[in-house]
Design a protein around this ligand. Structure first.
Ligand code: EPU
Length: 344
């Protein structure tokens, strides 16, 4: 049997905030046959866990946790592109490096994003002007109730900003098995993002890769030193008229076009403007170099994190009438919880 089972296993090393809650039953899935066996035996409130870098356990999880360790990569070369199929338990950043060493460019802007390949389509990971949906050809998943396998093409994944069908109709019901990316052979660097613009003459994806690494290291904490889950909130989308009102007092607010009627504003700036940089509750702090990131200074607990989150949301609402929605997801007992449930 390829499946390892753990009873009452500590979750502290299985999510990057590091809170010491427990998993009642944890299955490590390193082969598809192990997943099939689990489904046949019957799963109770299953949750799929990658590297735990975009979730917080706010208590013990008493359903089944399926720790994804499926590995493998395959490349099919067509006339104009590489079709790369990668197993969901691979580490995303290692995969990006592997593509570049194979001479396959395109994912360099998405280097250094923590997490597994399986998590990438769920929240449509993105950074520095690029997101996964631009390259995602299809996603194959296993239904956690029936065991049936299905493949969704790019359109059926219904990608949006940090969003996909896996957060809606298919929420918590699937085990993503693999992702297929289409990377054109004719590489075009994406240098639209502010701090990459000066690389305008770059003809080397590795140059962009190193630059992205340098920016991320400047702004984002090293998870091995300070527990965190990257951006804690999504950048809110507000109406243009709402933005205009804010700009009367804060003309410097960073904003990006979204659609005809709305625009996206920088949540990090909002939190900083609320004077919350370095605000600390217990051992949880708003990170000093990027206010969108909350960090565990060590021995922090989920209650303190939630108190800080509530304070930030209240202040953003009071000062800007903006609702900050978490990008991070919360799990405890037998299910995923909304921020409202966790904070009340
Ligand atoms: N800003 C502030 N104060 C802060 C933080 C940001 O004024 O404390 C301002 C910056 O000066 C800048 C703007 O806000 O003008 C945007 O900041 P940044 O470039 O750091 O990007 P972000 O919008 O805060 C998003 C993603 C990141 C991704 C970066 C780069 C979300 C929720 N976050 O952050 O993704 O790395 O853009 O593309 O969309 C993640 O999802 O975990 C993540 C790190």
């Amino acid at each position: 049997m390829e499946q390892k089972t753990f009873i009452h296993h500590s979750l502290s090393k299985l999510h990057t905030f590091g809170f010491n809650h427990h998993a009642t039953r944890l299955y490590v899935i390193s082969r598809l046959s192990a997943l099939e066996a689990c489904i046949q035996d019957g799963l109770d409130a299953p949750m799929v866990l990658g590297s735990g870098s975009n979730i917080v356990f706010t208590g013990d999880y008493t359903g089944h946790i399926l720790k994804n360790e499926l590995k493998g990569k395959q490349v099919i070369e067509t006339q104009d592109a590489y079709l790369v199929t990668v197993a969901s338990g691979e580490i995303w950043h290692d995969f990006v490096v592997w593509t570049l060493t194979q001479g396959i460019a395109g994912l360099e802007n998405l280097a250094f994003i923590p997490g597994t390949v399986g998590a990438a389509p769920v929240q449509n990971i993105g950074a520095y002007g690029v997101d996964l949906s631009q390259f995602c050809k299809s996603v194959t998943y296993v239904d956690l109730t029936s065991g049936a396998r299905s493949t969704l093409d790019q359109q059926a994944c219904r990608f949006g900003y940090r969003d996909s069908v896996f957060k809606h109709d298919l929420k918590n019901q699937t085990f993503i098995e693999s992702v297929t990316l289409k990377l054109p052979k004719k590489w075009r660097p994406n240098l639209t993002y502010g701090t990459l613009k000066h690389l305008v003459s770059s003809s080397d994806p590795w140059e962009i890769y190193h630059h992205v690494g340098a920016i991320r290291r400047q702004k984002l904490p090293d998870v091995t030193a300070l527990g965190n889950a990257g951006s804690f909130f999504k950048n809110p989308i507000i109406s243009k008229s709402h933005l205009k009102k804010i700009q009367q007092n804060f003309p410097e607010i960073p904003c990006y076009p979204n659609d005809h009627e709305t625009c996206k504003v920088a949540a990090g700036w909002i939190i900083e403007a609320c004077q919350f940089k370095q605000k600390t509750i217990g051992r949880i702090q708003v990170y000093d170099k990027q206010a969108l990131v909350l960090v565990n200074l060590g021995d922090g607990c989920s209650q303190d994190l939630m108190q800080l989150v509530r304070l930030i949301q209240q202040m953003a609402w009071k000062k800007f009438s903006i609702q900050l929605d978490p990008e991070v997801r919360f799990y405890a007992q037998q299910s995923e919880w909304t921020i409202h449930d966790v904070c009340n």
